[in-house]
Design a protein around this ligand. Structure first.
Ligand code: CP
Length: 311
């Protein structure tokens, strides 16, 4: 594999399956009993460079590093001043002298690419404007946890074709799950992203992509109903326009009823209650959102083990 994890496409299908298997072993406690319970990050440090706020990504990576025997150093935007105090390339070159992995959450995906180009240690995408692949690993793990498989599972995504949507769509394409996305006009995947998802699904067991403007069309018969915020971090000045555009794209009990009876509701969180989901919706009996949040830890342990643990 490439040494960086900026995109779901940085993992081959086999590597992705391996990460999900290892994550499942962490989730179920299987690693605790065997030889794999050794601390693969012992004596190693992970730098966590965050330009944006975070709860799940920050804490789950920090706990993952601790549980793997390593040490995490959190670096806020104010402390480091990426491209204001010093260029991203120099930050990557300096951190590479000390740490085993750099996890970075950035506004602009190009910053991640520049960090990766200058770094001699793996760079992990902790969210950019293009992808959120660490989230997608946990998402796929959660689907497998609840449905026992990914191949043939029908995922319906209702909302903005954002970074989470792209990483999840690539992950579904790689694992044989079908992905139907319902977005208002102007908020769907652009043709380049549609092509990338279709190419990822072009293998023997690849999953298919379907786009629609009708939430009910996507959700009918689905095994997973997934939604995310209409306005992501950095888009706050578009809130009013987006609320108007996404009118009719609320994932509520009535929409969920069109999915299969055993369908799960997923959301990467944080939720904007009253926008994409009503208050209380993530506590619905069909909601898997808190398993999904827990699975960030297991998935990231598996990823770090692969990138820096000699797995
Ligand atoms: N889902 C997610 O990445 O959450 P945070 O923004 O809290 O890290």
């Amino acid at each position: 594999m490439t040494s960086h994890f900026l995109s779901m496409n940085d993992l081959s299908d086999a590597e992705l399956r391996g990460v999900l298997d290892a994550a499942d072993a962490f989730r179920t406690g299987a690693f605790r009993a065997g030889a794999d319970s050794a601390k693969p990050l012992a004596g190693k440090t992970v730098a966590m460079l965050f330009e944006k706020p975070s709860l799940r990504t920050k804490v789950s990576f920090d706990v993952a590093v601790y549980e793997l025997g390593g040490h995490a150093v959190f670096l806020s935007r104010e402390e480091v001043g990426l491209d204001s105090r010093e260029p991203a390339e120099d930050v990557a070159r300096v951190l590479s002298r000390w740490v085993a992995v750099i996890v970075a959450r950035v506004f602009d995906h190009r910053t991640l690419e520049r960090l990766a180009a200058a770094s001699s240690v793996p760079v992990v995408n902790g969210l950019s404007d293009v992808e959120h692949p660490a989230q997608a690993l946990a998402d796929l793990l959660t689907v497998r946890q609840h449905h026992g498989r990914l191949d043939g599972v029908r995922v319906a995504y209702v909302g903005d074709a954002n970074n989470c949507a792209l990483s999840l769509a690539l992950g579904c394409a790689a694992t044989g799950a079908s992905f139907a996305i319902a977005s208002p006009e102007g908020y769907g995947f652009d043709p380049e992203r549609v092509k990338a998802i279709q190419e990822r699904g072009a293998g023997a067991r690849g999953g298919t992509l379907r786009t629609t403007a009708e939430p009910r069309d996507a959700v009918e018969g689905a095994d997973v109903v997934y939604t995310d915020v209409w306005t992501s971090m950095g888009q706050e000045d578009e809130t009013k326009a987006r609320r108007e555009a996404f009118d009719g794209f609320v994932v509520d009990e009535a929409l969920l009823a069109h999915a299969n009876p055993g369908a799960i509701l997923m959301h990467p969180m944080p939720a904007h209650y009253g926008d994409e989901v009503p208050a209380g919706m993530l506590e619905h009996p069909q909601s898997a959102a808190f398993d999904q949040a827990e699975n960030r830890l297991h998935a990231q342990k598996a990823l770090l083990r692969l990138l820096a643990g000699g797995a």
